[in-house]
Ligand binder design. Structure first.
Ligand SMILES: [Zn+2]
Length: 277
C-alpha cells in the first residue's frame, strides 16, 4: 500500500506539507470569484528532457483552479525545419480540451517559416511564440522583424522569451514596437535583466504586456513597483515553473510593492483575457 507521502506526488505535493501555508496565502490573496488565466505554459517535449502532456497540464490547472492557459511547444527535439509536428501537438491539446488552452504556435526564424505561419493562421492558432535563445537569433534580425510585421498584419499576438540567458531585449525590440503600435506583445519573464529599461521604454506602448513567470524576486519587485499593473500578466512557464510557486512569487511581489488589491483581477486574468475573448 502506498504511504501518505508516496501518494502526495506531483500537484498535491506542491500544495501540502511545507507548501501548505504558502498555498493558503495564495488562495486568500486571490479575490473571490476572480479567475486565473496563465499567460505562459508549454505542452510537448524539450531537448533538455522536460515534457508536459495536455492531460498533465489539465490536471495541474484543475488542482490549482486555473481557468485557461496559453500553451505552445517547448524547444522540441523533433521540431525539424518548421515546428509543424510540435505545433500540431498543441493544436490537438486545444481540440481535445476545448476552452482550457489558448494555442500558440512556435517557429524557427532561421528556416523558411512562411508556409507554417499561414498554415497555423488558417488552423486557428491564437498567437506565436518565439525563443531567441533556443533558436539562436536576435530580435532585430531582418527575418525576425519581418515575422513581427506578418504578425502585426495578421493581428496575431506574439510571446517572446525575454528572460533567462537573454543578452539584448529592449534595444533590438524597440524599433518593432514603434513601427507596429498595434502589435500585441507578451514579454515572457518580464524582460528580466532589463526589466527597468523595458518598463521605461515600453510603458507608453499599451500593447506590450509583461508576463511574470520564473523571474527573480528582485526583478518582480522592480516590475510591480514601477509599471502600471494593467500591463502585467501572470504566467507559470509550466513545466519549468508550477502554479503554486509562480502564483506566490507574483502575488507576494505585488503585495510587497504596494499594488492595490483592485489591480489583482487584471494581473491574474483580465489584462490578458481581453485579447482572447
Ligand atoms: Zn517558457
Amino acid at each position: 500500500m502506498a504511504t501518505e507521502t508516496e501518494r502526495k506526488t506531483g500537484v498535491e505535493a506542491l500544495t501540502s506539507g511545507t507548501m501548505a501555508a504558502v498555498w493558503e496565502w495564495v488562495q486568500n490573496k486571490i479575490p473571490d470569484g476572480v479567475e486565473v488565466f496563465d499567460a505562459h505554459a508549454h505542452i510537448g517535449a524539450d531537448v533538455d528532457g522536460r515534457t508536459m502532456t495536455a492531460e498533465g497540464m489539465r490536471e495541474r490547472m484543475e488542482a490549482a483552479d486555473i481557468s485557461r492557459s496559453i500553451v505552445f511547444p517547448l524547444n522540441d527535439p523533433n521540431a525539424r525545419d518548421d515546428y509543424s509536428g510540435p505545433n500540431e501537438v498543441v493544436w490537438n491539446a486545444h481540440e481535445e480540451h476545448p476552452g482550457f488552452f489558448v494555442p500558440f504556435f512556435r517557429l524557427n526564424p532561421h528556416l523558411g517559416y512562411d508556409r507554417e505561419f499561414s498554415r497555423c493562421l488558417d488552423r486557428g492558432f491564437r498567437g506565436l511564440k518565439l525563443h531567441p535563445v533556443s533558436q539562436n537569433f536576435e530580435l532585430d534580425d531582418p527575418r525576425v522583424t519581418r515575422l513581427f510585421a506578418m504578425a502585426a498584419e495578421a493581428d496575431l499576438p506574439v510571446l517572446i522569451h525575454a528572460g533567462f540567458a537573454m543578452e539584448r531585449i529592449v534595444e533590438p525590440l524597440l524599433p518593432t514596437v514603434e513601427r507596429h503600435p498595434n502589435l500585441r506583445l507578451i514579454l515572457g519573464h518580464a524582460a528580466m535583466i532589463e526589466v527597468l529599461e523595458a518598463v521605461r521604454r515600453f510603458e507608453d506602448h499599451p500593447n506590450v504586456l509583461f508576463e511574470t513567470s520564473v523571474v527573480r524576486a528582485k526583478d518582480l519587485y522592480v516590475l510591480f513597483s514601477t509599471l502600471d499593473p494593467s500591463r502585467i500578466s501572470y504566467g507559470s512557464d509550466i513545466p519549468y515553473g508550477d502554479f503554486p510557486s509562480t502564483l506566490h512569487s507574483a502575488l507576494a511581489a505585488a503585495d510587497a510593492a504596494g499594488v492595490p488589491d483592485e489591480a489583482l483581477p487584471g494581473i491574474l486574468s483580465g489584462n490578458i483575457r481581453r485579447w482572447f475573448s
